[in-house]
Structures are given as C-alpha cells and as structure tokens.
Design a protein around this ligand. Structure first.
Ligand code: ZN
Length: 151
C-alpha cells in the first residue's frame, strides 16, 4: 500500500481486525514511520448508478465513501464511524435488490444516515447534493431536518 504521507509503497501490517464487514489493517510505513489504516471489502454490491441525465456507471463503494468523507471532514466522526455509515447505506442499497439505482435514492439514503450521526455533516452533504441556488431553500432544509437521532 502506498503511504499517504511519503507515497512510498513499502509497509508492514501491525494489526489486522474485522470491522463490520471489512478487514481493517493498521500499517506502518517502513520509510517514514507514518501509520495509516486500510480497509478491504468483499465486493457485494453489484448494480449501476443512474446519474442525472441518465448516464450510468458501476456502483463504487469508494465513491460513496468519498462523498460521505467530504461531508464529515473535520467533524468529530471517527474513521470507523464513517465506515459504518458507508456500510449502512450500502446495505440499504443492496436490500433494494435492483440492478439500477438512481443517484437520487443514494443521496437520500446518505442524508438519512448522516442525519442520525452529525447535523453539520448532514447539512453539508445536503447542500452539495441539492445544489442550492437560494439561501431560502437551505434554511428550509435545516428547519425540516429530521428530529430523530442522537444529537
Ligand atoms: Zn511513508
């Protein structure tokens, strides 16, 4: 694995454990000593995502994770928690048993899961997802924010 710090592809695994439905490995870079974590998954979600405008692409857990990670940036949300959110959304998507899922459905599920975890991450994701043009819409969404969850 490439070290995210120095980009050297030389590391040793110092810890391996199961984390939900993934294998989590703690690694140490042999060049700079930086420690980082990687996750490995068995690909279980096989379906296409229908984007706006009808374009299709294969579902990617990485892309899902990137979107959620961005929303959670600098929030008190651990890497493990982010993985849990990604897995929760993915499990819901798999449970649909569809060969094609629209991007709107995915976005709605991500918002649903984020709303249970962190209000700021939720609003951030929602604001990117819905591409607000007016502040008014944004305020309305915040007011409509689901009340359940642990915040
Ligand atoms: Zn390194």
């Amino acid at each position: 694995m490439k070290c995210p710090h120095c980009k050297e592809d030389d590391d040793k695994v110092i810890d391996t454990r199961m984390s939900g439905d993934s294998v989590r490995r703690r690694r140490e870079c042999l060049k700079c000593g930086n420690r980082f974590t990687t996750y490995e998954y068995v690909e279980k979600a096989v379906f296409s995502v229908v984007k706006r405008g009808g374009r299709r692409e294969a579902y990617s857990r990485e892309k899902l994770r990137t979107g959620i990670e961005k929303a959670c940036a600098k929030r008190p949300i651990s890497d493990d928690k982010i993985n849990e959110i990604v897995s929760d959304v993915e499990n819901l998507l798999v449970a649909l048993e569809k060969s094609e899922v629209s991007y709107d459905v995915i976005g709605t599920l991500i918002m649903q899961e984020l709303s249970k975890v962190d209000p700021v991450a939720y609003v951030r994701f929602a604001s990117v997802y819905r591409e607000f043009r007016e502040v008014g819409e944004f305020v309305k969404l915040v007011e409509e924010k689901p009340k359940q969850g642990n915040f």
